[in-house]
Design a protein around this ligand. Structure first.
Ligand code: ADP
Length: 228
């Protein structure tokens, strides 16, 4: 599903953010990515949806070799991968419904299909009754639920989240986690970079720890393993 072989990322300023990373993630897995700030977690995640390109090495996602992917094929890849950010990245002038529908309109689905699917995902995240509201009228947790709805509306095989609970209080973080669990239970692969020790140590899943650009630990049902 996701394969990295000998992946190195050096930024133009000379920072070596990843050094020879090898990993294999199977369809349907739930993987936490942990590690101190600056370890390379975001870079690792950005490489998976081709926000960044590796300096060396091979990355295959969903059978697509990202190293040889043409620029014009990148949008097609992005539609097959749901992405969730710490700061939600919703469009402020669009309603909840429109923010989610937008992701489908760009793939030219019919209005009837779009409406049915958008309401379906809004129901899944518990926001059907707020479809007409603007992002600014919602709490942080609700905004994150909109962004999760958006990430899954095109039925991607994989959802990648970079610190999705980083801006949320502990109870809200758990609500978000419940939604990710539901999505994963439906067979979607989930990769989530997180600093949320409580979640990682309670809902035991595969833990990949990155330090100094290297994978230093990779355990099934692992724990968070850091004091901070
Ligand atoms: P983490 O997500 O674990 O905090 P990052 O992947 O964001 O780590 O960063 C890894 C290293 O790469 C850090 O030293 C960071 O400063 C550097 N870095 C991240 N993005 C860029 C960039 N666009 N240009 C230059 N250096 C970067």
């Amino acid at each position: 599903m996701i394969e990295m072989k000998g992946v190195t990322k050096k930024y133009p300023n000379g920072v070596l953010a990843l050094r020879g990373v090898d990993i294999s993630i199977k369809q349907g897995e739930f993987v936490y990515v942990v590690g101190p700030s600056g370890a390379g977690k975001s870079t690792f995640i950005k490489l998976m949806y081709r926000e960044e390109k590796p300096t060396n090495g091979r990355i295959v996602v969903n059978g697509v070799n990202l190293s040889t992917l043409k620029a014009r094929s990148v949008p097609l890849l992005r539609r097959q991968i749901g992405v969730v950010f710490q700061d939600f990245k919703l469009l402020p002038t669009l309603t909840v419904y429109e923010n989610v529908a937008f992701a489908m309109e760009v793939i030219e689905e019919s209005p009837a299909v779009i409406k049915k699917r958008v309401m379906e995902v809004l129901e899944l995240v518990g926001l059907k009754n707020k479809a007409r509201m603007l992002p600014e009228e919602l709490s942080g947790g609700e905004q994150q639920r909109v962004s999760i709805a958006r990430s899954i509306v095109n039925k991607p095989k994989v959802v990648i989240a970079d610190e999705p609970t980083g801006n949320l209080d502990p109870d809200t973080a758990w609500d978000i986690m419940d939604i990710f669990e539901k999505i994963n239970a439906q067979g979607t692969t989930l990769v989530m970079a997180t600093h949320n020790k409580e979640i990682v140590n309670t809902v035991r899943r595969r833990v990949v720890a990155i330090e100094g650009g290297c994978i230093v630990r990779d355990e099934q049902r692992g724990d968070y393993g850091y004091e901070v």
